[in-house]
Design a protein around this ligand. Sequence first.
Ligand SMILES: [Zn+2]
Ligand SMILES: [Zn+2]
Length: 279
Amino acid sequence: MHALSVGVFAFQLCGYVALSTWVEWRWYHRRRGKEREWKTQPGKMHGKIHRRGAARDDDDDGRGRRGYYAWGLPALDLVRASPSKDGRHPSHACYATCNLVVSSLFAGATCEAYLAGDGKLFGLFRSTLVNASAYSVASAYSVLVGAVLAVTWQSVLEYYWHRAMHLPRVYRLLHKFHHHYKSPQPWDDLFIHPAESFGYCLILYSPAFCVPSLPVQAFLLYMTIMGACGVLDHCGVKMRWPFGAYDTQFHDVHHRSFDANFAFPFPTMDRLHGTHRAS
Ligand SMILES: [Zn+2]
Ligand SMILES: [Zn+2]
């Protein structure tokens, strides 16, 4: 086991927590009371941070209580009051914590496979990642092309995987957990049945093993895009990239209506299959 693999595991875990915490703090705490300006579905809120306390630290809730920030990290609900009373699913903390740890383990294992060189991870898998030479136009081009290939690979597999999750029997068994939240907020992206989450992690990390000669920098860029979009897709905050390339309301529509917008993170596959619905 390489120290770098442990570092990658920790970076993935801490990076996810940091981004989710920032969104939660920036909007759900600091801009509470002004949901009409930023919330994708302003009337629908759940979680501790929305039930108690005032909008901000420096005012009160009309009953003399100071506002405070209650961190929504799911692992905390494993040791404090029942989360189900706040609109959270009873299994939210358990599933979300398990999925966060497992996805971070995937990151560490992928790094280990890369560092193993000629060896094979667990005797089975060998990374296809290569190191692009630094600071050259050619390497920048190969990194960009590699990232596009990885995103495309993931987007195709994810679309059909997600459609399969909506088959009636599979939905009842696995995917209904993820759809428990009709208006997802920070941390809700982690609420997936662990079996579904494990299957999706195989897709998410598969470019490192299936896209030939993928520059490691391209894979890191791809993972940064996937990680950020995974959090933002479910954050419930209106955000849009220029020219409509990415819109957080795209996946919000999927949670609201079930039968459209299956793709992640970009809508291309939905447009090709006629399942796209504008937000
Ligand atoms: Zn979702
Ligand atoms: Zn779905």
